[in-house]
Design a binder for this molecule. Structure first.
Ligand code: GAF
Length: 390
């Protein structure tokens, strides 16, 4: 991380002719459990990973917002005061939709975009893109905390998560929930964020993986996913339709004991979507309880059950994710599941530390045998949320 910071500082000075006023960073995340529950007001349990977006910022005195990155040659520039007009005419496109979308959304949450100073932003990231590890939320969250500080807005972390979500929903055009930005902004080292997506209350739940001799292995299938199109939106609509048919505002209000009634009222597909959300909410509560009472070695079966529910009821898994999960479990993982929105992306496996290599080799072999592209596998550590770097 300190190497990345030094390189970013040097590049920033080369690009702008002056030193950065500060460096901020925000992590990607994996979701331990609680998938496709956030937009139904449910429970989630993600944690930040040790892969981060990094942002160098310098104040300007001409009111202009200029964004560059280490991963694209495109540089975007416009007066801060023009953000609203640019958003209205659909000019905030490409990768700049993330940082500029956040700057615009801060205006929606009270920033006076006619009065705040201009800034130069240079963004770097080592969160893999399209892997279901929230590379976009990492960028949004880094921009959100940096601008909140230099524009002296004093917004809470939870409000900044809503700002990132607004950018994602209204500027990027992905109808996502609040989980990813919350994980990036609220996480603490060696812990998960237990978030109630209805009240937005959150608790930090210690994970204790290292003490239990466990590691979390990410298996990035290499199958790219996007949430602005297709399946994600459809699943969300099914949940909303299910809630309406059951006479509630959000599926969060439906308990496991109401599933028999739901089965009688709903068509088969909608019922299965609803059953996933309702049982997944319960699995999050059970996971938190087990983590607190028995520790992480006890949660394996809940992770496996979550995956089966996402595969069979919610139908957001793909063959590569199923193979990753089955192979990990067959080679010593105590639990495994897809993580994130699905339709590609990554699985996670909770693995005894001394079994990590065996699982990696087995997953590589299984993918080759099935003719799938080689996956990327790496261990992640539960890490700190967004912060200003020293
Ligand atoms: C994506 C979305 F961005 C989240 O809001 C969440 O819905 C997740 O998919 C599924 O749990 O990461």
């Amino acid at each position: 991380m300190s190497d990345m910071r030094d390189e970013l500082r040097t590049m920033f000075a080369g690009l702008t002719g002056h030193d950065a006023d500060g460096i901020w960073s925000a992590p990607g995340r994996v979701n331990l459990i609680g998938e496709h529950t956030d937009y139904s007001g449910g429970f989630v349990l993600p944690f930040a990973i040790d892969r981060r977006a990094l942002l160098a910022l310098g104040l300007r005195d001409d009111g202009v917002l200029r964004v560059a990155s280490t991963f694209s040659d495109e540089v975007f520039e416009l007066p801060v005061a023009e953000l609203c007009a640019a958003q209205a005419d659909g000019r905030l496109g490409g990768w700049s939709a993330y940082p500029l979308g956040v700057a615009w959304a801060l205006g929606e949450f009270g920033a006076d975009l006619d009065a705040v100073p201009g800034v130069d932003l240079l963004i770097d990231s080592n969160v893999p893109v399209g892997a279901g590890l929230s590379s976009s939320a990492a960028i949004e969250s880094a921009v959100a905390i940096a601008l909140d500080e230099v524009w002296r807005l004093g917004l809470s972390r939870q409000t900044l998560a809503l700002v990132g979500q607004r950018a994602e929903n209204d500027v990027v055009g992905a109808p996502t929930g609040i989980m990813d930005q919350s994980a990036s902004l609220l996480s603490r080292p060696d812990a998960a964020v237990f978030l109630d997506c209805l009240s937005l209350e959150s608790e930090i739940v210690p994970l204790g993986f290292a003490d239990a001799g466990l590691a979390v292995l990410v298996i990035d299938t290499g199958v790219m996913h996007a949430h602005s199109t297709g399946g994600y939106r459809e699943r969300r609509e099914s949940c909303e339709a299910g809630a309406a048919a059951l006479g509630v505002a959000m599926l969060r209000e439906v308990g496991v004991d109401e599933l028999d009634r739901a089965r009688r009222i709903l068509d088969d597909v909608t019922f299965r979507r609803v059953r996933h959300v309702v049982t997944e909410n319960q699995r999050v509560l059970d996971t938190v309880k087990l983590l607190r009472s028995e520790g992480p070695a006890a949660i394996g079966e809940l992770l496996d059950a979550s995956h089966r529910s996402l595969r069979d009821d919610f139908e957001v898994s793909v063959p590569e994710l199923d193979l990753a999960v089955d192979t990990a479990i067959g080679n010593g993982a105590i639990g495994a599941r897809m993580t994130g929105g699905g339709f590609g992306g990554s699985a996670i496996a909770l693995v005894p530390v001394d079994t990590v290599s065996r699982v990696q080799v087995a997953v590589d072999g299984a993918f080759a045998e099935h003719g799938f592209g080689a996956p990327e596998t790496f261990v992640v550590r539960p890490s700190d949320g967004a912060h200003r770097e020293p």
